[in-house]
Design a protein around this ligand. Sequence first.
Ligand SMILES: [Zn+2]
Length: 535
Amino acid sequence: MKTLWTYGKFYLEKGKFAQAILTEDGRIKKLGKLEDFDPKEADQVVDLEGRTVLPGLNDSHCHMSAVGKAMMEVDLNTCQSVEECIEKTKAFIEDHPQWTQDFVHTMSWNEDHFTEGEKRSLNRWDLDRMATDRPIILERICGHIGAANSYVIEKMGITKDTPDPKGGKIDRDQDGNPTGIFRERALEWVKSLLGRPSKDYVKTCMKLSLDYALSVGITSVQSNDMSPSNIKGHYESLRDLYEKGEVQTRYRHQFCVESKKELEDLLAGEFQNPIYQGKTLTIGPVKMFKDGSLGARTALMKEAYADDPGNHGVRVLSLKDQKKMVAMADQRGFQVVTHVIGDLAAQETIDVYKEFIKEGKNPLGHGLIHLQITDQEVLDDVVKFDLPVYFQPIFLDYDVHIAEDRVGKDLMKTSYAFKTLAERGVKIGYGTDAPVEDLNPFPCIYAAVTRQDKNGYPEGGFVPEERVALETAIDAYSLGSAQMEFMEGEKGRIKEGYLADFIVLDRDIFSIPDEEIKNVQVLKTIVGGQVVYEK
Ligand SMILES: [Zn+2]
């Protein structure tokens, strides 16, 4: 079927637009001016009424199962009292019996928001008022502390005589009986009662999140949902959805492995080789963690933290293990992507990668995720060794408030170096790390263009020399992200022969003030020439 999409403002590349395109068999056949087309050559004509059209956007690093899970759980973040948490959870259980029949869980309450009654943690007696016939575990928004109902406490056999697990704490009343509040490893331990989600639960979760992606203009995701512990069930659920045509968002896996043992298991299992072919569901890189986060001062730094003398952060993966793991993956043809936030995390990872770079070429595309704090040496090495970078400009929304305090003013000049690295020809893909930040790409593009938080702070932008042009941001979110998955010859542009993935916007992003970019909405999303979302 041939479809003519007409009266549009199709973004082709900086300064270049088309007015109409013809799609057939999932691809873009032809593009040009209105007069280049005869409506009779199409089976169907869609009038876009002058709207601006971008290539479908591609989130280069996110966690879609966690996005979907949050959509299937009660959100207590806005609750202003213990009582409101109880009422809202009860109502949620009633409204969503199929999502709450096996267990009730959330990670969202925050007693700092309580303005009525006691400002305290939820406990077993609060949760017992929600339900007593199934496990309920409600975690605080931070995930370090959570409450469990009596059902959980009894099933786990926890009494006044149960010792605290190593690295965790069970809160107790004056008689020593558990109050239902569990901390750190104790929380992890009680959560084990919830077990693995059912296949149906995973399918609903993935469908919800992948449909949400389409509604905000994301037509491709590179999603880190699988680790050796859930690999089989998760992949089967997803394959089922794709085979039945129930989801349309293009999906590439990033596999999380945290140790040599986990990588060995992965390489010995079902996914012995990366699969780069296929247009919808593909197997992508192995993902490793090198350090922690800037907020928690666990990002690994060359110099100690400016606001925490003596602390250089945490090396989550030793250099020795990292060398072995990257070698194992590389040998099997797997791309490796590594979470690096601090400059030392980046430097050590580059030093490991460079063994596999031949004459400045990085054929498997070993890359750096986040790459927030960087000194000049790191930036030069990223260019020299052809390392792709997975940026999340939306992190600036929070980091503009803390980054300089953490690492000092000097290092800020070379950090979050969106423009410098783009100008130096580095392959850059944008994304959100959702659900860390919302999957919506427009606030992220806004952050790259303005380097301000959502309220416009700081005026003029944070290190404004690193602000990028709107087209640079859009290209990084489309063609750039496609490069990360070796698909730049087929997607990421509105171009003849490319996959017909594009999005119709509610306003002309090229002519609105920068502060409005974050409010852009998507009216229509097209994947493979089919409308898969319409507002
Ligand atoms: Zn992530």
